[in-house]
Write a protein that binds this ligand. Sequence first.
Ligand SMILES: Nc1ncnc2c1ncn2[C@@H]1O[C@H](COP(=O)(O)OP(=O)(O)O)[C@@H](O)[C@H]1O
Ligand SMILES: [Mg+2]
Length: 375
Amino acid sequence: MTIERAAEPFLLIRNLVKEFDGVRAVNDVSVAINKGEIFALLGSSGCGKSTLLRMLAGFETPTSGSITLAGQDIVSVPPYQRPINMMFQSYALFPHLSVWDNIAFGLRRDGLPKDEIASRVEKMLSLVQLTDYAKRKPHQLSGGQQQRVALARSLAKRPQLLLLDEPLGALDKKLRERTQMELVSIIEEVGVTCVMVTHDQDEAMSMATRIAVMSAGRILQVGAPDEIYETPNCRFVADFIGSVNLFNGSVAVDEADHVIIDTPEGRHYVTHGITGTMGMPVSVAVRPEKIALQTEAPTQEQRAKAVEHGYNCVQGLVSGIAYFGNETSYHITLDSGMVLKVSRTNAARHDESALKRDQRVYAWWDGADVVVLTR
Ligand SMILES: Nc1ncnc2c1ncn2[C@@H]1O[C@H](COP(=O)(O)OP(=O)(O)O)[C@@H](O)[C@H]1O
Ligand SMILES: [Mg+2]
């Protein structure tokens, strides 16, 4: 009988700590990243994302902890000897060099043979679709094209690990969205493993295979974009990713397949069990798009089981309406004073059921569409 060893993760970070003047910028981070992943470190400014990335690149030395890449401890390996490349923002291109020479720069410095350099540069140019722009200088390119040159330059050295720090920060919104997709398809085509840092949740959600949500030097949750969004593991993550309504209350019924939570806004029926105890303080998290709004009480057909019991249904006054074209976002002030956020997709051009300010409405949701948070 052969004993199969569990596949070693490609990049393994264990108990990593970085202190600056006794303050922990990165605080006991452990995470395993697989080959071929696009892994995003997401968090607000100052939470330690760049410091973590810089330790991977070798620009910072960890205070303690370990980093192994393909089974090899890299903490003591100097940056230029690591099979890792960090892509800087577009303005890090050499302005006096052509696109071709920018991409060739690192290869020449490494002393690669001329024809090898030429063949790699040509391949990279075609990969990022800039073959016709090889002779141009960076200032003769658009922001998105400059970004692609920077990516080509990073990939030309065939790193095993590509690091991106806020890669699209310099681009405007429309261009950023397009470039996000381009970057992902290029990275996937090359098959390089990628760790990226961003404070922009849309960027993380649209590009990453998995996301680590960071706060104050720690990783709070790691998961695929839909896991992070639909099953956040704590109030911070629920609130940080997207928009959420948190009903604070306590556990009234605790069964294996459902729980009932009492809050000042009424009873909540939730169709999953929790690890918790009776009476324990918890929050019920409900996303704005999971809530139905109507002027009449929910009908028999509409009623989910929970609503039949009179749960998961609140009433209030429409106190704010924001129209975004594709969707409309409503604020409903409940009798308890809580302001509920609800969003509705504008699927038709003319909505007969459009709500007006100060209208009294019912808001309800399915017990399967919420998450109970215990911390
Ligand atoms: N070289 C440094 N010296 C002292 N403090 C630093 C240094 N680099 C980062 N920090 C501090 O570490 C914390 C995390 O910074 P950083 O990793 O850049 O955050 P992020 O990239 O998430 O915005 C911040 O409080 C920052 O001021
Ligand atoms: Mg940063």
